[in-house]
Ligand binder design. Structure first.
Ligand code: ATP
Ligand code: MG
Length: 551
């Protein structure tokens, strides 16, 4: 029987709300700001919001939090939609905070009418000094006592474009000595003469996040508005607006954001990596973005499994990226077909195999099941250079003068001789093969310990391999105090250009995942062309980092 998983704290809240009859159905939303590409942290939020709704029969909206015209673009909207779908989720409605600009403007007037908002001409420096400190009360703005009529007129004029950027704001009138600094008359509207990616030039005033988010939740009747811990102090304000406007009582709940070792997840900093060309774009396979992960060969199943395993925490923590890689290996091991690719080729000539002859052997695609592929064999082969040692080390079971090895899915061969060039580099092995040792019908009676991969030289297709390592060398990128670019791993990308792949790989499709025997998991990069195969290493076969750390 499957182990019963205990409920996370959000599931407990939802179950008790449903049991107590507070709601018949729940609604959640995923609210990205379209100012960058989604990353693995967002995947956590997506899995949580969509997961809760689907577990309890509710719905989830995709809402773009697009209240900041300067940083937002349609390109980001499209990539976000693609990423959510790729992760395997379907939103109920696609909505935009900017759809509510009219409604939010009306809400602002309601607050003004109730004497709960005022237009302030203070500069941002003046407002900052009015704020006080956590231990010291703030001071009232000289404009705090404006009449309701004057506020209505000025706010309307703000909207009508009468004032330049930064000259006036609308502030909520709460309490300048409130213990929560965010409640000290927060700014709720600002003047910004900027083109918006959806509303164009209709508006020159834009609501602040706090004035848009809760009300948008309320308009959509979101029951559980889930966000990350940095919004805890905002909750009071979220509730205040809902209470004063007397609108649908959405509730905010906070959980710990996902932080991973050797990884940095902040759209602003990821944008900097892209702009400063530390990486080759948002979808560079080293990026923690979902588009980078996809290009690298990560599967949505593995990411969802990872998000499920880490659970939902109430305190900030740091998750070992090794757990994500573990989930990935588990999934790829099941689905990725096996292929043979030689990364550092050394020529082998089978001297007792007739010249001009070749034959087709069969290689199994997966350890389970009986699907196979054609693997051609001939007199000349490529093997890995480090599968030969001139003077074999102890317990070295691969090729060495006089030693035998099995070629995977093929024959046993024996190294008879090796040839060196003038520099002393081995350039060729001369081997013999045992014709009766063919895999699947081996009657040779010979037992060999080593099995190596290989490719027929005559049939091989050249390929390029891109090996990726961690983008940062520092374990906890949240703890650093200096410039994050100081922590970049200079060896995060290694390109191998003289690689030979078995011919079955010639028809691979972009994104198709493979296990290259003994070498790791790989997928075809979109840069590949029919004449040039390019594979990305998704993940190694084993966790080499933990091994090294344990040395
Ligand atoms: P960033 O700081 O990377 O720009 P953000 O929080 O500003 O992220 P939003 O587009 O506002 O990005 O985020 C959409 C949703 O995803 C929010 O509910 C946010 O709390 C959540 N989210 C963002 N980063 C993480 C993370 N690392 N772990 C979990 N949830 C996250
Ligand atoms: Mg944000």
């Amino acid at each position: 029987m499957a182990e019963e998983k205990s409920l996370n704290f959000l599931e407990e809240i939802v179950e008790s709300d449903l049991k107590g009859g507070k709601y018949k159905n729940i609604s959640t939303r995923f609210p990205p700001e379209p100012n960058g590409y989604l990353h693995l942290g967002h995947a956590k939020s997506i899995c949580l919001n969509f997961g809760l709704a689907s577990k309890y029969g509710g719905k989830t909206n995709l809402r773009f939090d697009d209240t900041n015209p300067v940083t937002e673009e349609t390109e980001y909207v499209e990539s976000i939609k693609g990423d959510v779908k790729w992760l395997g989720f379907h939103w109920s409605e696609e909505l935009y905070a900017s759809d509510y600009f009219g409604q939010l403007y009306t809400y602002a007037h309601i607050l003004i009418d109730k004497g709960l908002a005022y237009v302030d001409d203070s500069t941002s420096e003046e407002m900052a000094s009015q704020k006080g400190t956590p231990t010291q009360a703030g001071t009232d703005s000289p404009h705090r006592r404006r009449s309701i009529e004057e506020n209505k007129r000025l706010f309307t004029e703000m909207k009508d474009g009468k004032y330049p950027d930064g000259s006036k704001v609308l502030r909520a009138k709460i309490d300048m000595s409130h213990t929560n600094m965010l409640m000290r008359d927060p700014v709720i509207y600002r003047v910004k003469h900027a083109h918006h990616h959806r509303t164009g030039d209709t508006w020159c005033i834009y609501p602040m996040y706090d004035f848009a988010h809760g009300q948008s939740d309320s308009i959509e009747q979101i029951t559980h508005s889930i966000c990350t811990l940095e919004f805890v102090p905002h909750r009071e304000l979220y509730d205040w607006f809902i209470a004063q406007l007397d609108i649908y009582p959405s509730r905010q709940y906070e959980f710990a954001r996902l932080n991973m070792t050797y990884t940095m997840m902040s759209k602003r900093k990821l944008l900097q990596l892209v702009n400063e060309k530390h990486v080759n774009g948002w979808d560079d396979p080293r990026m923690p973005t979902l588009s980078g992960a996809r290009r690298r060969g990560y599967t949505p199943e593995a990411i969802r499994e990872f998000c499920d395993r880490i659970g939902v925490a109430k305190r900030d923590n740091l998750i070992d990226i090794g757990l994500l890689e573990f989930c990935l290996r588990e999934h790829l091991n099941k689905i990725a077909e096996r292929r043979m690719v030689v990364f550092d080729p050394l020529k082998v000539v089978i001297t007792n195999y007739p010249e001009g002859k070749s034959e087709v052997l069969r290689g199994e695609n997966l350890p389970e099941g009986d699907s196979t592929r054609e693997v051609p064999f001939g007199r000349e082969l490529w093997i890995e250079r480090d599968d030969f040692m001139e003077v074999p080390a102890k317990k070295y079971f691969r090729l060495a003068p006089g030693q035998m090895v099995r070629l995977k899915s093929a024959f046993i061969i024996k190294c008879e001789e090796f040839i060196k060039d003038a520099n002393g580099t081995v350039t060729e092995l001369r081997c013999t093969y045992v014709p009766e040792s063919r895999s699947g019908s081996d009657t040779s009676g010979i037992n060999v310990k080593g099995v190596i991969h290989w490719v027929s030289a005559q049939h091989a297709v050249p390929a390029e391999i891109r090996l990726y390592d961690r983008l940062f060398v520092t374990e906890d990128m949240n703890a650093i105090e200096d410039d994050f670019t100081n922590h970049l791993n200079p060896n995060s990308l290694q390109v191998l250009k003289t690689v030979y792949a078995e011919p079955a790989l010639a028809n691979s499709k972009t994104g198709e995942q493979f296990q290259f025997l003994r070498m790791g998991y790989f997928c075809l990069d979109p840069d590949a062309t029919p004449n040039k195969l390019i594979f990305n290493r998704t993940v190694t076969l084993r966790d080499t980092w933990t091994k090294e750390a344990g040395k």
